[in-house]
Every structure is written in C-alpha cells, then in structure tokens.
Design a protein around this ligand. Structure first.
Ligand code: MG
Length: 402
C-alpha cells in the first residue's frame, strides 16, 4: 500500500487523480488533501475517502471551515499548513497547485523523504536548479505529470530499457543520446486566427481552449503560448538538456504529446487520446505500466484511423513572443526564469480580472525581465523568493499605471 498526499486536490489534475485512483483503494491510501480555498469540495472528498488530514492555504477559508470541522479531521492552515501536510507519513506527493505556491511544499516533501509527481511546472521554472539538485542529493524521484514531459519521459524510458533478447548490462539513455526534445503545443484558441487583434481579446475567448479542459491560469498561459515557454524551462531542468536543443512544434490535434530526437536522427513520440489520466497514471505507476482496466476512470483509447490526419506547424515567435521571452530568460540565467514566472502569474491574474489587455501579458513579462536584476544566482531559495517578490511588485506597478 502506498500513501499519497495531493496538493491542489480540488483542481483539474487533483480531481482526475482521485478519479483515476477510485478503483485502487487496495493499492493507494490518500492521507492528505490540500486546496487553496474550496472548502466544500475538499471536505466532501476527505469524508468520502476517509482522509484525516486536510489543508487550506487561504487563511480566511481555513478559519471559516474550522468552525464546522467534523470530528476526526485535522485542518492545516496557510502556507505552513501545506508544509505540515507534506511532512505526514507518506510515499508520494502529487503537486498540482497553481503556480509558484508549490515550491516550498515540494522542497519540504523532498526533505522529508517523499517522491514527487509534479504537475506544477512553475516550481521548476522558478527554482529548477535548486529543486533538481535537492532531488539528486536526497535520492528522490520526480515524475512529470505535464503531458509533454510525461511523453518525453516515456520516450526516454523506452530508449533505456532494451528488449531482453538484446540486453547487455543496463543500457541507459543518457543526455548524450538526445539530439533534440520536441515539445508539441496545441496552439491554444488563437494560433489559427491570424486576423485576431491581441489588444482586443476577451477573457472568455482566451479561456475557450479547443482541446483541453484545465484551470484558468494554465488556460490563459496556453492562449498566450507562455505555457510552452514555461514547459521549455521545465524540460530544461527535468531532462538536463540545454535550451538550444529544445524545440516546439504546433500540433492542433494534441495526440502526439511530444517527441525525442536521438543522436542517430530517429524520433520517438508518445501518442494517446488527449486526457490527463494517462500522464497521471504513468507518473504514479512508473517504472511499471498499470492496466487501463484498473483505472477508476477510463478515457477513450486512441484510434488513429478515426483521428485521420494529424497536422504540424512551426510556432510563430512574432505573433506569440512568449517562446522568445522564455529562451531569453533561460539564456540570461540566474533568477531570470523566476522573474519571468512571477511577472507572468501577476499579469495573467490581472488579465482574468479585466485590468489589462491580453497583449499586455507579454509586455509586462518582457519589461520585468529587462528591469528586475537577474544577476543573482538561483542556487539558493532566498534569492529565488527575492526575485519572485521583485517581479511581482514590478508587474503590479505596471498594471496599476496601465
Ligand atoms: Mg503541458
């Protein structure tokens, strides 16, 4: 029996994880659930699953829930509450919170001996160097839930596990065998609408993703293609591949989830019906594969004959400057990607609140990169949190004067 803590359990990834595990109660015990402020959904899931520890990171929501907390359930509160939850006796922490808020809990989870199934890419965008160094030092495992990174992870597994008929020793795919990582991108709702004026895009149009049902923040990132910029940075740290060897390919059907090109020129791809259940299942079952028959929720199987034609396009770095900004931030080094992430989180929220235009998201991120010093080393958490604070206050200032 493995014990699991889920951060962000009321969100899209958290709920899909619970549905996946609903028929596996003899294999998995959920020991902790955390949400930001959706107390009703959190309590409902905890009572249904018999989970005794829950956390709400929003202090106000936690204080309100405390007044009606049923016996037998312990409520952990605030940022500290998340740290307490990941310190419980458990094997794996699923991190599916929104944004940088996942960083401190992931660090604490590693320190207290947990493996991580990581959906929150911002953790690696803001502090990839530190997180990966700690993972290595502590001998823990981070498996990706982000579908593109799950695809790359799976392609690399295939390369390292030679069939038994030819196995000689343990032939592992090293970074040296990778020529390129190719991240696919759906293009979001706007890639195929060249007539669109990005100064006039409405919030509801940006939230109307053609392929994936996700949380609001990532859906806006997907529309601006900042999501793919964040994923480039995430891939850089997860797989230790330099940014000049990470490419992006627009693939509107979202069936090929990403590819690895090896030094011999061969490309391997991972294909499945676009549903996060597959990536979550692999993140939790690695290095084994779980039979789909055991999934509590069975997403459709891929039928390529029905899918018909698959399309691929080069990205458009002029209309969508996010990829350029991400590359520049990686090249600048230090805490520049922390700055990019912090400014983007604030700008996306301001767009959702109707306070800035869609195109302002890129402008604010670009200005933050130019104005917030990135010379600080990103090798200690203090400078990461400092850079994040600086980027957020710069972005807030720009929004206030917009
Ligand atoms: Mg993704």
């Amino acid at each position: 029996m493995k014990r699991l803590v889920i951060l962000g359990s009321t969100g899209s990834i958290g709920q899909t994880t619970l549905r996946l595990l609903s028929s596996k109660s003899d294999e998995w015990e959920v020991v902790g659930l955390a949400a930001r402020r959706d107390a009703d959904a959190l309590l409902r899931d905890a009572q249904r699953l018999g989970v005794r520890h829950i956390a709400l990171s929003d202090d106000e929501a936690a204080a309100a829930l405390r007044k009606r907390l049923p016996d037998g359930i312990t409520l952990h509160q605030g940022e500290q509450g998340l740290l307490e939850l990941v310190s419980l006796d458990a094997d794996v922490v699923v991190c599916a919170t929104v944004g940088m808020s996942g960083l401190a809990p992931v660090m604490r989870a590693l320190e207290t001996g947990k493996d991580i199934a990581l959906a929150t890419k911002e953790v690696l965008v803001a502090a990839g160097e530190i997180v990966m160094r700690e993972r290595e030092r502590l001998g823990r495992v981070i498996t990706p839930i982000d579908s593109e990174h799950s695809a790359i992870f799976q392609c690399l597994q295939s390369a390292s596990r030679t069939p038994f008929c030819v196995r000689r020793g343990d032939a592992a795919a090293s970074e040296d065998s990778i020529r390129r990582l190719i991240l696919t991108a759906s293009g979001g709702p706007f890639f195929f609408r060249p007539e669109l004026d990005f100064d006039k895009v409405k919030v509801e149009d940006a939230l109307n993703h053609p392929k994936w049902r996700m949380g609001r923040k990532i859906t806006i990132d997907s529309a601006s293609m900042m999501n793919k910029g964040l994923e480039m940075i995430e891939a850089r740290w997860l797989f230790n591949v330099p940014p000049e060897r990470i490419d992006v390919l627009v693939h509107p059907e979202s069936i090929v989830h990403s590819l690895v090109e090896f030094v011999d020129g061969t490309q391997l791809a991972e294909l499945s019906h676009p549903d996060m259940t597959y990536a979550i299942s692999y993140a939790l079952s690695w290095p084994e594969r779980e039979s789909r028959d055991t999934f509590g929720f069975k997403p459709p199987l891929l039928d390529l004959a029905t899918a018909g034609t698959l399309h691929f396009h080069s990205p458009d770095p002029v209309r969508f400057p996010a990829l350029r900004l991400a590359r520049e931030a990686i090249a600048a080094g230090g805490t520049a990607t922390t700055t990019l992430n912090g400014a983007n989180e604030v700008a996306v929220q301001a767009f959702l609140d109707g306070r800035i235009r869609f195109s302002d998201i890129w402008r604010i991120v670009e200005d933050a990169l130019a104005n917030c010093s990135s010379t600080a080393s990103a090798s200690d958490l203090g400078s990461v949190f400092e850079a994040d604070k600086c980027a957020r206050s710069f972005a807030a200032g720009r929004i206030a004067s917009a």
